[in-house]
Design a binder for this molecule. Structure first.
Ligand SMILES: [Zn+2]
Length: 163
């Protein structure tokens, strides 16, 4: 997915990846790490990374984010969204591989997902790849496609999104 088109859950997931954090926060209740809407998180990243934003008034008012070390600008409807796109670009580049469940925010609630405890990879619970293992009772184990760890997935039901 183009970094310039990231928004919502997909953008938050990409920022979590940049920060080495989990997109799903587990305590005290499960909720989503949301730097693109939460000023405490997003503002802190902006300050640390030297991301600047300019407001463009007009009919389709929007914000543009920039950083002196990079020759690109990222426009977005909100300041935090623009800034987080800039940050993802600085860390991951022009394009980011996003788990397909996260591309549309609408499909998230109620979905069962697995998250690899080793590398943070997220996919739909039913779609976690398996590998043959004769020592296992049913002959297969879950196998993470990112880091190749076996049986490394925690199961989550995505129930709410904290704002
Ligand atoms: Zn993994």
């Amino acid at each position: 997915m183009k970094t310039a088109e990231l928004s919502g859950a997909a953008l938050d997931w990409a920022v979590a990846k940049c920060e080495g954090k989990s997109h799903i926060v587990n305590a005290p209740h499960k909720y989503f790490y949301s730097p693109s809407t939460d000023w405490k998180i997003g503002g802190e990243i902006m300050e640390r990374e030297g991301i600047d934003c300019i407001f463009h008034p007009g009919v389709t008012a929007h914000w543009t984010a920039m950083n002196v070390d990079y020759n690109v600008e990222f426009p977005a409807p909100t300041l935090l969204e623009a800034a987080m796109r800039m940050y993802v670009y600085m860390k991951l580049g022009d394009e980011v591989e996003i788990p397909k469940e996260l591309k549309s925010e609408k499909t998230i609630v109620g979905m069962e997902v697995g998250r690899c405890t080793f590398c943070g990879y997220i996919c739909e619970w039913e779609e976690i790849p398996t590998a043959g293992d004769p020592t296992c009772s049913d002959g297969t184990v879950q196998c993470c496609p990112e880091c190749n760890e076996g049986e490394s997935f925690d199961r989550y039901v995505l129930a709410e999104r904290k704002r």
